[in-house]
Design a protein around this ligand. Sequence first.
Ligand code: MSP
Length: 508
Amino acid sequence: MSFYVTTPIYYVNAAPHLGHAYTTIAADVMARHHRQRGEDVFFLTGTDEHGEPVADAAHALGIEPQELADRNAERFKALAPQLEASNDFFIRTTDPQHEAMVKQVLSRVRENGYVYEGTYEGWYCPRCADFKAENEIDEDRRCPIHHIELTREQEENYFFKLSAFQERLEELYAAREDFVVPRTRYNEALSFIRSGLRDVPLTRHKLTWGVQVPWDPEHVFYVWFDALLNYYTALSYAPSPAGLAAGGGDLAKRFWPASYHLIGKDILRFHAVYWPALLMAAELELPEHVFVHGFLLMDGEKMSKSLGNVLDPFAVIERYGSDALRFYLLRDVPFGQDGSVSTASFELRYESELANEFGNLASRTIAMVHRYRDGVPLALAPDPELDDEFAGLAQEVAAMIDRAELTAALDAIWQRVRRLNRYVEERAPWQLAKDETRAHELDLVLSTLVAGLRVLAVLLHPYLPASTDKLLAALGSEDRSLASARWDSMQALGEPIGRLDSLFPKSA
Ligand code: MSP
């Protein structure tokens, strides 16, 4: 089994912000979960470095685009490890291997008869690097996303014959109802297709900052075609990830087509319409799923660097740690929908859920095993009273993550965190400890808590990698595999457990 997940590649016209961290975190949760299943996983992220948004930002700073790209790509690259993202490769679209492969694939698209010369005229947003359809534009001719004035552009271009794929795209959507998820986005993409596809510019000739068109060096490829192809080109030169290596070193054989492209809703059309058409034109296999998440909103507006209302992920991580940020974003904003984020709701989740519910459960369990049993829980099967809630949990979570329902999966796990907290309260081990005749009951409760914590730590590992590593180490368990989180095979190891510092200190 192989699993290939991607994030969009991020524009290097400015520094990373929370919106970028969001998709990277979500993709990382999926990648880590699939590795826990023993699958051969490839997780790709990177930067989109060509095109007008980058060229314009560089010129505004009085520097060359390459210099700006180098500077900001470093910052995006540095963000990944700070988020604990386990990406296998970081692609930059200025990598010469990527550029060479873009030329090769798009030449094939031309040889296959899907490219022609023509004149394009339309309303253009330089920040989106995109022409807007008439029905997207309001009366004052502003970009619906950036609120800046659109410009009327006319260009001699090479065109991609998108219209040739009208029927095949409709067939694709009819045959594969989970090609785009969630459903609302599938419907949106399908209605765009049904409204009639028009050909789109494949090249630009006013720009020089891009991948040169091999059959006409006066032109560069329109940045979106160069960018979309990153998902494919990366596999031609990324180093092989440690893993099962089925199919040897050829990563395209091992991982293509992608299992999931995770994207924000603003780039739906490119991924749900242009991308499959382009792949068909190049005779390449289509991805299994495009998952579309919503926007993180602050004060009701999309957070974006051009609007200036950003929340700095670096600052949040420095104060609370990356696990807290990962947890907050996937817990508080239903994955797939828009949601508001704020420091107040962040602090509430941190205190009430991470510190009080999970952190406390872990530290009090470990403290009680030390206090009452000198750190050695008995090797007993866990209390059958919890079977209903814990047996089958790992499979339930896996099924949800298969559908990219990351918030729902986290919620299912969290209900069991709460269940285990209730169990402690109901059984009151501190009372049992006072009565020698109830020693066996106490042993059962402690073993059950240790088993329950191990299940929870393994299932939470993709979401909270740093703190669950500490917890699992304290519980004396090196195993992170999903199979090790099966309740029916679970029993305390009968080995001494370690000590644990507070996982989520309140004074953070
Ligand atoms: N470079 C293109 C993507 C090319 S993919 C072949 C691009 N870059 S971007 O940096 O502008 O945005 C990258 C992703 O970040 C998009 O999916 C976008 O939706 C996401 N986010 C940017 N701001 C966001 C929020 N405020 N909330 C959630 N995600 C948003 O588009």
